[in-house]
Design a protein around this ligand. Sequence first.
Ligand SMILES: N[C@@H]1[C@@H](O)[C@H](O)[C@@H](COP(=O)(O)O)O[C@@H]1O
Length: 249
Amino acid sequence: MKIIEVEDYNALAKKASEMVIKRVSQSSSLTLGLATGSTPLGVYEHLREDFINNKTSYKSVKTFNLDEYVGLEKSNPNSYYYYMYKNLFDHIDIPSNQIHIPNGMAKDLEAECQRYEEQIDQVGGIDLQLLGIGVNGHIGFNEPGTSFDSITHVVKLAESTRIANSRFFHDLSEVPTHAITMGIASIMKSKEILLLAYGLKKAQILYDLMTKTIDERLPASILKRHPRVTIIADKKAMSIIKEKAGIND
Ligand SMILES: N[C@@H]1[C@@H](O)[C@H](O)[C@@H](COP(=O)(O)O)O[C@@H]1O
C-alpha cells in the first residue's frame, strides 16, 4: 500500500479528486466505485467545481456505490441515494442509467444483493474504488468479523457504527439497523483502490491498519493483499503512525 500524506482535509480532497478526474479524462468507459460518509464530501465538491470549470465529462462513466441503508426511501436525506445525487450526480452529466446504488427498499434484499454483484461483474468490474474507513476498520459496511470472501450482502450494523453515524440523524433510534454493502471480495475485485482518511479520529485505526496482521477482525487489513492501493491521509490521521516511528514535524 502506498501512503500519501497531505497537510489537511482540503489537500486530501484536492489530491483525491485530481486522481479521479485524471482517470475519468483518460478512459472512455471508466467504472468508478463511490463511497459516502463525511470523508468524500470535499472530493465531490472538487469534482463539481471541475465539471463547471473544465467540463470533464461523465457521459460514459459508470458508477457503483459501496453501500446503502436498509429501509430508507430514496427521498430520505439520510439515504446514500439522496447523498449521492445531492453531492454529485445532480451536478454532472452522468446518465442516470449508468448510476448504480444498492436498493435498500427492495422487497427481496437477498435477490437485490445478487443482482448488484452481477451488475458489477457484467461491466467488467470497478476500475477505481474510493473508500473511507470506519473507526473500527470497516470498509463499506463490512464490520469486523465479516468474511474476506463476502460479496454484496445484507449486514447488521455494529452498534459503534450506528452511534458514529447517528450524527446525521435526529437520534440513534432513527439510524437503520441494517444495510446492503458490497462485500470484501467485491471491493478486492476492483482494479485500483483509493482509501481516504482524515482527522485525529482515524489516527488509531490507520496505525492499526499499517502495523497489524491481515485478519477478519480488521476488515481494511485485507487491502494489504491488493496490488494497487493508495491511501491519502492528512497529518492528523498520520499522527500516531509518525509518533510511534519517532517522526516529528
Ligand atoms: N458506510 C460508510 C463507510 O463507507 C464510510 O467509509 C465510513 C466512514 O465515514 P466517515 O467518512 O464519515 O468517517 O462510515 C460509513 O459507515
